[in-house]
Design a protein around this ligand. Structure first.
Ligand code: FES
Ligand SMILES: [Fe+2]
Length: 364
């Protein structure tokens, strides 16, 4: 699998892509994946992080490498109180600010004994990291609470995880690309995920019908883009009303989407997280939450239908080239994509890392 992926990556024409790591909040891991006193090594956004949950339940992300002699905290490090203890010589560092609090064989702790500590926020079942290419830039917006999750009104109903070979911007851009809804997402979910065959199956009597509009929010919420989507299921050209779905997808910054839906069965939300693990490799995770009075089977159904639709997009993303100057026609559809690109450019800044080409091969 890995060799295959590398061949595809090397032979692929990448195109002139925007900077590879936008500024904003990014999902590191779901809360349930990090137990008390547990440490995880996380590599995202060009960072090597040791993520740990202290004994009081607080999550912290620090540089994985110990400033003493370079051991990796996440490879055998122990959580002590609100600190991480290095496995090599036992130095302890506080999660909240990275300060060294103990050197087992020295009374004197130098002022500069510090590891870089990152800003994190745990909300809606996720541990998010604030990433900004301009050193020292504090968060100027926050991922919002989803009240129904905080209050327990909606219950967790499952997750899906995908790795995508594409620039991160391709994923959110999909939300403003209303025409692709017809070409990629019309065939009924049981027709599968293979774009080559999905139109010609026995399932062609049923189809999804979408209508959508996308809009960027005004200040102070200019980091939010909103996609309004209605979905109908048609069988032999007739709409099956109970399957109607109204969706409001809030794209919150470059890597988080809260996709709230309301259906005949009740309301719920998909939480989407896209985080770059390499310049052109994205980790995409979806969680679904629905009204806790509804049967589990329904959340599984919502999860599977979402995964099928996303996997169709993935076939496009994994094989496409990023076009810096697309050939747009004068139309509402194409102009929305242009609008989305202008909106998304707010997440890049002067020092945002760019893809580096080595010699003339496509490697990074
Ligand atoms: S390398 Fe971490 S304490 Fe020595
Ligand atoms: Fe899509």
């Amino acid at each position: 699998m890995k060799d295959m992926a590398n061949v595809v990556r090397k032979s692929r024409m990448v195109g002139e892509v925007p900077p590879v790591y936008p500024n904003g909040w990014f999902g590191l891991t779901e809360s349930f994946q990090l137990k008390k006193s547990e440490t995880k090594n996380i590599q995202v956004l060009g960072l090597q992080l040791a993520l740990f949950r202290d004994e009081y339940g607080e999550a912290h992300a620090v540089d994985a490498y110990c400033p003493h002699l370079g051991a990796n905290f996440a490879a055998g490090g122990r959580v002590v109180g609100d600190c991480i203890e290095c496995p090599f010589h036992g130095w302890q560092f506080r999660g909240s600010d990275g300060k060294c609090t103990k050197i087992p064989y020295s009374e004197n702790i130098p002022e500069i004994a510090k590891v870089k500590s990152y800003i994190t926020k745990e909300i809606n079942g996720w541990i998010y990291l604030w990433y900004h290419a301009e050193e020292g830039t504090e968060p100027y917006w926050m991922p919002p609470d989803i009240e129904e999750i905080q209050s327990g009104q909606w219950a967790y109903g499952g997750r899906s995880e995908h790795y995508i070979n594409a620039h991160i911007e391709e994923v959110p851009e999909n939300g403003a690309d209303v025409q692709h809804l017809y070409n990629v997402h019309t065939p009924f979910m049981t027709a599968g995920i293979d774009l080559r065959h999905m139109w010609s199956t026995v399932w062609s009597f049923a189809s999804h019908v979408w209508s959508a509009k996308w809009e960027a929010q005004k200040a102070p919420n200019e980091h939010i883009g909103v996609l309004n989507l209605t979905h109908k299921l048609q069988i032999f050209g007739k709409t099956i009303t109970p399957i109607d779905l109204d969706v409001q997808a809030n794209q919150i910054g470059p890597g988080i989407v809260y996709l709230e839906f309301s259906s005949f069965f009740g309301r719920g939300v998909y939480i989407q997280s896209v985080t770059p693990v390499e310049p052109l490799v994205q980790k995409l995770v979806h969680n679904v939450y629905i009204d806790r009075r509804l049967p589990t089977i329904l959340s599984k159904f919502f999860m599977v239908s979402e995964a099928i639709q996303v996997e169709r997009d993935i076939m496009i993303w994994n094989n496409k080239r990023y076009l810096n100057k697309p050939l747009f026609v004068k139309s509402a559809e194409d102009s929305l994509i242009g609008k989305h690109r202008r909106w998304y450019s707010q997440f890049y800044s002067e020092h945002s890392p760019r893809l580096k080409f080595q010699k003339d091969t496509i490697e990074w």
